[in-house]
Ligand binder design. Structure first.
Ligand SMILES: [Fe+2]
Length: 350
């Protein structure tokens, strides 16, 4: 997303009380199993404990071991994750509550990037990688956050109004990297530290929930490639604006279409397209589900079924701010082999 201000289409007070994405309470014994698997991975792959911040985890043997270990998580947890991968959820999201965390949490990074010892965050990192490995292949983008497979999401001074992960004003509804030809199929946010003021709400909007309320004309217009998305500033390096190729907002099966939407950076190429976008936005912003992420919560969003955003919050910039970690997965690594670096999960710059 780029760095300009936006007009808010939803507000915290409009969110339904108690309406949240599907939620699974992870049992203590299942969290303990994950902790044990993480400890085994640390012993089996000591090089990961000393890897440079920007190269962490992007190692074929390590990621193979992570995926193999993930299959030894509890049957209960695996069943929910496999079910989400195969059939999604009516909310478009899934929150796993009560996953393991590391014993002592460092201060929230002031500049939006954790550069401390990987051992301090090894348990939470491996937990996120294992869960995402059940959903697909973990990937990243060289243009974004130095191509890290696990990226820090925390407020950065001076970036308050940016429409991206470093901001703290309302973050408009969007498909993650919707402009990218190899956008993630799943996006996850692992909460290490919640918002101390308890103001931030992460919201999820599933297209299936609003489809029946859209006019026939709107639905037809959204299926035409008459929209484009401005590339996020991280992908243009501060250069002139670049736009995606014309694309439709809805594609695929009539009853369960895939959505690609960005209420901040998307524009219609026709008056008909703009009108359809407005109708969809109005309905979508009234059907959002919200979650106040707390430590040990992992929110997974099916990036094909649902869009996400965040309400505004007030950071303190004192090391105690909200700190999430983001990780992506795509269901078919094979399809993006030509656009990633050889032997790496990181996509080349666009
Ligand atoms: Fe996002």
């Amino acid at each position: 997303m780029d760095g300009t201000e936006t007009t808010a289409t939803f507000a915290a007070e409009d969110l339904p009380a108690g309406g949240h994405p599907d939620l699974v309470a992870v049992r203590d014994e299942d969290a303990a199993t994950i902790r044990r698997l993480a400890a085994e991975l640390a012993v089996g792959h000591p090089a990961q404990l000393t890897a440079e911040p920007d190269r962490r985890f992007d190692d074929a043997a390590f990621l193979t071991a992570v995926e193999s270990s993930a299959r030894r998580m509890s049957h209960r947890l695996l069943e929910r994750l496999v079910g989400f991968r195969l059939a999604g959820s009516s909310s478009g999201g899934l929150v796993l509550r009560g996953l393991p965390l590391d014993p002592a949490l460092p201060p929230t990074p002031a500049d939006g990037s954790y550069r401390g010892p990987v051992s301090d965050l090894f348990v939470s990192s491996v937990t996120q990688l294992m869960v995402m490995s059940v959903l697909g292949g973990v990937v990243a983008y060289a243009d974004e956050k130095d191509g890290r497979l696990i990226q820090d999401v925390c407020p950065v001074p001076g970036a308050e109004t940016r429409q991206e992960n470093t901001g703290s004003t309302l973050l408009e509804l969007h498909t993650e990297d919707g402009f990218h030809p190899s956008k993630p199929d799943f996006m996850s946010l692992y909460c290490l530290r919640g918002d101390p003021r308890d103001e931030a709400r992460t919201v999820v909007g599933a297209v299936a929930r609003v489809l029946p309320g859209l006019s026939e004309r709107c639905r037809a217009a959204l299926r035409e490639p008459q929209f484009r998305i401005r590339l996020s500033s991280s992908f243009t390096g501060g250069g002139p604006a670049r736009w995606s190729a014309p694309l439709p907002v809805l594609s695929g099966a009539a009853v369960d279409p895939e959505v690609c939407l960005d209420l901040h950076a998307m524009a219609g190429l026709t008056a008909e397209g703009d009108e359809a976008l407005r109708e969809l936005a109005a309905l979508m912003t009234r059907s959002l589900l919200a979650v106040a992420l707390r430590p040990g919560d992992l929110l997974i969003v099916d990036n094909r079924q649902a869009v996400h955003g965040r309400t505004a919050f007030r950071p303190g910039y004192d090391g105690a701010d909200r700190w999430l970690r983001r990780c992506y997965a795509i269901t078919d690594l094979w399809r993006s082999r030509g656009t990633r670096f050889p032997g790496s999960r990181v996509h080349r710059p666009l």
